[in-house]
Design a protein around this ligand. Structure first.
Ligand code: S3P
Length: 171
């Protein structure tokens, strides 16, 4: 890929399982900038897992901390930032990201997302009696919101992380 300097942070948004963390890390390496992940920052600050934060403090608490973390990460020098799947739903967060960064929706279809999250137990929102139905509902409700991102890149099972990272950079 061509050499490129980031003038604004690059923020990856999209569903859980889309690959935001893996692809964000690869994009950052290729661009030679820092990689930040809002979920990881939250876990580090709270010294608890995302599931534990949800359980002990509630989702509202998590969302408030998430906004603080995103706001802080966007004020640093331009980096690649991966957000949790729910981050872009907040109008406050969208405005922040729009104001300071370039948003990229990592767009994946439901079967791919499900194949990636079905055996994981780390996502508190999917701890329901029927996680596929829950994922489907979340997917349908969020798709129009993610579509407000400035750019979008399609994730597919057959694309490698490296290819995806090149696509994000090319876009
Ligand atoms: C969430 C996605 C998770 C994490 C939390 C809530 C969501 O991040 O922030 O479990 O609302 O979709 P990933 O998208 O990295 O799984």
């Amino acid at each position: 890929p061509k050499a490129m300097t980031l003038t604004r942070p690059l923020v990856l948004v999209g569903m859980m399982g889309a690959g935001k963390t893996a692809i964000g890390g690869a994009v950052a390496r290729k661009l030679n900038v820092n990689f930040l992940d809002s979920d990881e920052e939250l876990v580090r600050a709270a010294d608890r897992s995302i599931a534990e934060i949800f359980d002990r403090d509630g989702e509202a608490f998590f969302r408030a901390r998430e906004t603080e973390v995103i706001s802080r990460l966007l004020d640093g020098k331009p980096a690649v930032l991966s957000t949790g799947g729910g981050a872009f739903l907040s109008e406050t967060n969208r405005a922040l990201i729009d104001d300071k960064a370039v948003s990229v929706w990592l767009k994946a279809d439901l079967p791919l997302l499900w194949s990636r999250v079905r055996h994981k137990t780390t996502r508190p929102l999917l701890r329901t009696d029927d996680p596929l139905a829950t994922l489907t509902e979340i997917y349908e409700a969020r798709t129009p919101i993610y579509a407000q991102a400035q750019l979008n890149v399609e994730a597919r099972a057959e694309y490698s992380i490296d290819d995806m990272a090149d696509q994000v950079i090319a876009t």
